[in-house]
Design a protein. Sequence first.
Length: 340
Amino acid sequence: MINKVNQRRRNVRKLLVMSLVLVLVSGLLAACSTNTANVQGAKQEAAAPTNSTDAAKNTAEQVSVYPLTIKDELGHELTIPSKPTKIFAPIMEDSLVTLGIKPTMQWSNGVSPQEYLQDQLGSVPQISFAGGLPSFEAVLDSQPELIILHNSYASESGAYEKYAKIAPTYVFKSASTDLNSSLRTLGRLLDESDKAEQAIKSYADKAASARTMLEGKIKGKKAAIIRFNAKGMFFMNSNYFSGYVLKHDLGLEQSDLVKDGALEVSLEILPELDADYIFLVNDGNQGDRYFNELRESEVWKNVPAVKNGHVFETSKDYWLSGGFIAHVKVIDDVVTFLQP
């Protein structure tokens, strides 16, 4: 009996010892796990910015394109130290607005600015180009941080050298000749490349939709644009503005008369005008005299497009402007004209 009692006591002691060992092992494992987690957390905290300001600073450093050193299309090198907020880009206001940017001043012909943009630029001061490029003092007065010139005339006239003393100055050879390219360049200069690509795609979709809609009206057809101003009547070719839209974006062929190099319109050459569609653009009604003379001419009345009722009149300034906002409006007009 005594032996049995002793055996039970020994078994109880073994169980107590095993339980104690298990408790100790569990404690050691928990401590190791906690230490490992603490070490990993400390490493993560050390790698992360200490506050939101540091995080924003690191993000800005990763994406900033400035200072940006670049050559313009005429080979001038310029450096833009930081994202410019005051920009002078006469005749390119359409493209700036497309990128969500207001210029520090807007172009004017001396009478009015580009009217179709005034819902966006009504509060922006105007600067007149009636007498040519504005003076050094006039441009300096607005204190631009970046100057963008839409064609090479500024360099040829000597204005570039003066403007470049005011702020970094970028010159295009001809920004309106290839709008996709010039908008991409603006996007790079102003760090708005994503907006530029979105606008290019949106316009391409718009033009493709209009081509499909008008296919039966424009396939194999020729067009001519006659512009009227205070100096007379002139053909617009397919290299720029609404002429570019008709030819390259909508697919209307250019009249052979214009294609062969005719610029000034005279009554004598009207019998040679082989256009299926003719678009008349009165520049701010400054060409009223010539506009009325043409419409009253017997020669004009015998032009095939006139006889067929395929002459369309507009005085809207976006037909004489370069930019996707203007070009969309031209497309809308053509759709309305050809599919009333």
